[in-house]
Design a binder for this molecule. Structure first.
Ligand code: HAM
Length: 422
């Protein structure tokens, strides 16, 4: 019987064996971030609500409809982070990382984020992201570097069907004129009232509308890509050249609009074709005005958020070969009390030598203990009886092949190490 409680609706939780995969892909990302010189941050899970209002933008669905906002006991309005970028930038500025170190400040973080969305496969109210940001440089090489980190990570997991969709959203010089042009075009269309209201607040989002009757009408809408100022065009061209140099494939998607307001210039999404409606497995871009929006100095930035939940789903959908390190490689089975005591120490010794080892507890009989050994997923059972102790050996059984050999106790660790490395 389970308890009377269930996790709240829409919370994505991981338990073994899936949790092992979840943890391992996060570790694999930590390695990619380290190799590219990004330092780890551990950050606030809730923030002053105004940080997201000003940072992410009032007109976004995330801020207007999806935030978990509450008042604390001191009457402050706090919000569970719906994303990381505003928090990362707030922390970088608060801790003066932009003044004490070289620019760009290169950092990454991970953990849960919260959005009150309608839950479905791949869309949760508590979900997990890997977030990486480079703050303080406009150099297009930084754009390409961050994209490459994400692409390398997907590749290291064995995902082969990830698509990169790329666009530029211009800057404060060229976007206002384009926005006005787009608004003029959209006002002339036959659209419902909610969409008409959106034209005035966030016209770029209309381009992203998935409904066929809207799509057909915006077919000929003016596109930002055709109205970039010379500096933005040069930046965008350079990013694409650098991606080509790195052998990273992409598709230009001039209709790509992201759901958060802070984006400027480079914007992109990673998409997985096997995930249906929630195919966006990661996304990012530049946010050259965000620092000023939250009261900081002018400080350009770029980064991405990768969805861990959807990446797990993509790995499962592709049947990718990536496997977490085993939780148990050798499983101890003792026959009798004296053997159990000796085995307990032997298991500890194996662990010290870097072998994942476990054993049957509670004085289990041979049959039950061997069942535990099979369930553990270990490659070897290490069986120890009174006789074996007298002979100074343990029986090492290959659980897949069934063959069993006596190994001197003094050689147990080195023998297992050698066999496990085959
Ligand atoms: P985002 O596109 O809102 O960007 O989220 C990034 C990724 O988080 C998405 O591509 C998706 O995989 C995952 N995700 C978002 N919402 C959910 C959900 N409800 N359930 C499951 N997964 C979800 C950002 O959050 C930006 N802060 C990324 C960024 C960083 N831009 C610049 N720096």
């Amino acid at each position: 019987m389970s308890s009377s409680f269930q996790a709240p609706k829409g919370v994505s939780e991981y338990v073994p064996p899936r949790a092992d995969l979840f943890y391992a892909i996060r570790e694999a990302f930590a390695e990619q971030a380290r190799l590219a010189g990004y330092g780890y941050l551990e950050l606030a899970v809730f923030e002053d609500t105004n940080l997201f209002r000003r940072g992410v933008g009032e007109s976004t669905d995330v801020v207007s409809k999806e935030m978990y906002t509450f008042e604390d006991r001191g009457g402050r309005s706090l919000t569970l982070r719906p994303e990381f970028t505003a928090t990362v930038l707030r922390s970088v500025l608060e801790n003066n990382l932009h003044k004490t170190g070289a620019l760009p400040v290169k950092v990454w973080t991970t953990g849960p984020a919260f959005r009150a969305e309608r839950p479905q496969q791949g869309r949760y109210r508590q979900f997990y992201q890997l977030d990486l940001e480079a703050i303080g440089s406009e150099d297009p090489q930084v754009d390409a570097e961050t994209i490459a980190i994400a692409a390398n990570w997907y590749r290291s997991l064995g995902l082969s069907r990830v698509r990169l969709l790329l666009n530029s959203l211009g800057c404060k010089e060229c976007r206002p004129a384009y926005r006005a042009l787009l608004q003029d075009f959209l006002r002339g269309l036959d659209l419902d009232e909610a969409t008409r209201a959106r034209i005035e607040i966030n016209p770029l989002r209309v381009l992203d509308d998935k409904r066929p009757q809207v799509r057909a009408q915006v077919q000929d809408a003016p596109l930002m890509a055709d109205h970039l100022c010379p500096a933005c065009k040069a930046h965008h061209d350079r990013v694409r050249e650098l991606l080509a140099d790195l052998g990273i494939g992409w598709e230009d998607d001039p209709r790509l609009v992201r759901g958060l307001d802070y984006y400027t210039r480079t914007t992109y999404e990673f998409d997985h074709p096997l995930l249906g409606a929630q195919s966006g497995i990661g996304g990012g871009g530049r946010y050259d005005g965000l620092s000023e929006d939250i009261g900081g100095p002018p400080l350009p930035g770029i980064g991405f958020g990768l969805g861990l939940d959807r990446t797990v789903l993509a790995l499962e959908a592709e049947g990718a070969a990536f496997a977490p390190k085993p939780r148990c490689e050798a499983f101890g089975v003792a026959l009798g009390e004296a053997a159990e005591r000796r085995l307990f120490a032997l298991v500890a010794e194996l662990r010290r030598a870097g072998i994942a080892a476990d054993m049957a507890f509670g004085g289990k009989k041979l049959k039950g203990a061997m069942k535990d050994a099979d369930r553990s997923g270990a490659r070897y059972a290490v069986i120890l009886g009174e006789r074996d102790i007298a002979d100074g050996v343990a029986q090492v059984k290959d659980l897949a092949e069934g063959e069993q050999t006596a190994v001197p106790l003094t050689d147990l660790t080195s023998t297992l190490k050698e066999r496990l490395s085959r």
